[in-house]
Write a protein that binds this ligand. Structure first.
Ligand SMILES: Cc1cc2nc3c(=O)[nH]c(=O)nc-3n(C[C@H](O)[C@H](O)[C@H](O)COP(=O)(O)OP(=O)(O)OC[C@H]3O[C@@H](n4cnc5c(N)ncnc54)[C@H](O)[C@@H]3O)c2cc1C
Length: 580
């Protein structure tokens, strides 16, 4: 069953919810007309279905292979990557100044959703390159930008992000890699682990962005700098020259994303160049983190969509059990209420997550182009929610996909299991859900006294008067908004940070399902107004009603967990956990 991009829903969200028309009025985005965007989505969907999807299952089976410092990606990946770059897809989100297409993030978001749905392992290579490009754009000197950006934007060279070390994962203050000045450059030494696409055979050169400390740097996060360390050091004329002393020592054997090489990188006095100022590397990383976290959140949306499509196809074919009312011969399992419930949970949550992610992408565009503080505050509030909620829900949806398949979901042949295995990393890298939730509760709520969150819930309350024709949706949303407000007050008022953080992940989930519910309520209103596609509109309203009854109604329970749950979290001594 091949991947079909959900073009109708993507267009609906772009136009009716995320405000494509308004985004296209921002300076420099005039090319994002509805016709151009439609053409881009059509082409991207073909590329995803015809080039990336067919090598997803085989890529998982074969995996990337390591031998003598080199990594071979699975069959078909080199060819797909060449076509990807030739088609201009790598350049899509970047400024025209560097060879990009200068399109808004709102347009690159559905396109990237398609890459992630059709082949998450493949999509990680351009994702990491994009992160490295953004760091260079943000803080790189003119000469570094000129030397690296054109080839990276085109995809001829790829990028990596080297943060993690064995003793420094969530806590980057513990980074130990060293960088010593040597004339116009630095010599970088140390070991990095878990580096996505740290070594591979898709591109001519690999541009590593590496966090390291200079000898005089202060301890902790304030002593970390950012360096470019190319695999091949550039000659004077800018062409790739001799091999740098940065090598891949091995790649990991993992639960999922087998085709994406996860490298252990060893730097031994490797030639590196400072990006920005000394000791301000982590700051640069943090600015970029919004984009990277958003991109991983989108992986949750994408994998949910793909898992749903496969489960739906299976449910229409698999004959089992009689019709509850009509009896007779065995029927496709999609006729059974419980299977329909699972499919609706998959569909409605995928749609709610897509709507929230795209709306956040539009706010990113507004914040970037207009420097609007309101949009930036909304983005800052929503990034941990998009990252944390969409990835946690992506796993749940992929797991439901296995369940719909019954035993066939547990064996690898159907492909349903791959989505669950691939999805599992998304709540871990780029900051675990726990870290996202602490960011949400600590930086985004408590630090500013809940101001942005309260401004946001005030917006949601304005919808109430419009939802008269949808009483169940109206009630569930009102209860959800009340739950968020009460939790915000609780978090702001809590004196003990352990009490705030004990309920951080349930609070993040609450924010996610209410933010998703907000977008779903807006979807119901847009569909009720009519989009010109009666069948789509009816299905949308029914899907929103389902979401309200099955997902949004969880909000009051989560509120109770946030407000009352800390006691149980902190009750046991460490010895009492296992009363052996
Ligand atoms: C496949 C894969 C690809 C990756 N790609 C990259 C990459 O390209 N570049 C890169 O630099 N890194 C990469 N990573 C590393 C990834 O970002 C880290 O694994 C992640 O940040 C978590 O760090 P850790 O594994 O050390 O876990 P730890 O930090 O040890 O966390 C373990 C557990 O403790 C919790 N925890 C930790 N600290 C706290 C705290 N203060 N409060 C509450 N809970 C806490 C965490 O939530 C988690 O549940 C990758 C990892 C994998 C597996």
């Amino acid at each position: 069953m091949s991947y079909q991009a959900p073009l109708k829903d993507m267009r609906f969200v772009l136009r009716e919810l995320a405000g494509l028309e308004e985004v296209a009025k921002l300076p420099g985005y005039q090319d994002a007309t509805p016709d151009t965007v439609d053409a881009i989505l059509e082409e991207a969907s073909k590329f995803a279905s015809e080039v990336l999807d067919p090598i997803n299952f085989s890529g998982d089976r074969e995996g990337s292979k390591y031998a003598d410092g080199a990594v071979r990606t699975p069959k078909g990946f080199q060819d797909a990557y060449r076509k990807f770059c030739e088609g201009g897809w790598n350049a899509l989100p970047f400024e025209t100044e560097w060879g990009g297409q200068g399109l808004p993030r709102l347009v690159s978001t559905p396109v990237q959703e398609m890459w992630k749905s059709s082949n998450m392992s493949f999509s990680l290579c351009p994702l990491l390159t994009q992160g490295a490009i953004e760091a260079l754009l943000l803080r790189g000197s003119d000469s570094l930008k000129k030397a690296y950006l054109p080839n990276m934007v085109g995809g001829k060279w790829t990028g990596t992000m080297n943060l993690t070390e064995p003793q420094a994962g969530s806590d980057l203050a513990m980074v130990r890699t060293k960088a010593e000045r040597a004339g116009d450059h630095y010599l970088v030494s140390g070991q990095k682990i878990f580096i996505t696409y740290g070594e591979h055979d898709l591109a001519e050169n690999i541009v590593h962005l590496v966090l390291a400390r200079t000898p005089e740097a202060p301890e902790g996060v304030k002593g970390i700098s950012l360096f470019i360390v190319p695999k091949l050091v550039l000659n004077k004329d800018g062409t790739p020259g001799k091999r740098n002393t940065a090598r891949c020592a091995s790649i990991e054997h993992k639960l999922g994303i087998h085709a994406s090489p996860t490298a252990v990188m060893v730097y031994d006095k490797a030639v590196g160049y400072l990006v920005g100022e000394e000791n301000r590397g982590l700051e640069t990383m943090f600015i970029m983190m919004n984009a990277a976290r958003f991109a991983v959140g989108l992986e949750g949306v994408a994998i949910a969509e793909r898992a749903f499509q496969r489960a739906l196809a299976f449910a229409k074919e698999r004959l089992q059990g009689r019709d509850l009312v009509g009896g007779g011969a065995a029927v496709p399992i999609i006729r059974h209420p419980d299977v329909r419930r699972m499919l609706m949970l998959m569909k409605s949550q995928a749609e709610a997550m897509r709507a929230l992610a795209y709306t956040t992408a539009a706010a990113l565009d507004f914040a970037y182009k207009t420097k609007s503080k309101t949009h930036q505050a909304f983005v800052d509030l929503m990034i941990p929610v998009v990252k944390g909620w969409c990835t946690e829900t992506g796993i749940e949806v992929a797991s439901l996909g296995v369940q719909v398949h019954g035993g066939m979901g547990f064996v690898e042949e159907t492909g349903a299991a791959q989505y669950l295995r691939d999805a599992r990393i998304t709540t871990i890298y780029e900051g675990t859900t726990g870290i996202q939730a602490m960011d949400l509760v600590g930086r985004k709520i408590a630090r500013e006294g809940g101001a942005t969150a309260k401004a946001w819930t005030a917006e949601l309350k304005k919808l109430d008067g419009q939802l008269g024709a949808h009483p169940e949706i109206r009630k569930a949303l009102a209860d959800g908004v009340k739950a968020v407000d009460e939790c915000v007050d609780f978090i702001v008022g809590a004196k003990d940070p352990r009490v705030q953080f004990a309920g951080a992940v349930p609070f993040l989930k609450l924010m996610g399902i209410v933010a998703g519910g907000w977008q779903m309520a807006r979807s119901a209103l847009a569909a009720a107004r009519g989009t010109g596609d009666d069948s789509f509109d009816k299905a949308k309203i029914a899907t929103v009603r389902f979401y309200a009854d099955h997902v949004l109604v969880q909000a009051p329970g989560l509120r109770n967990t946030v407000v009352n749950g800390a006691a149980g979290v902190m009750a046991l001594t460490e010895d009492q956990f296992l009363a052996a």
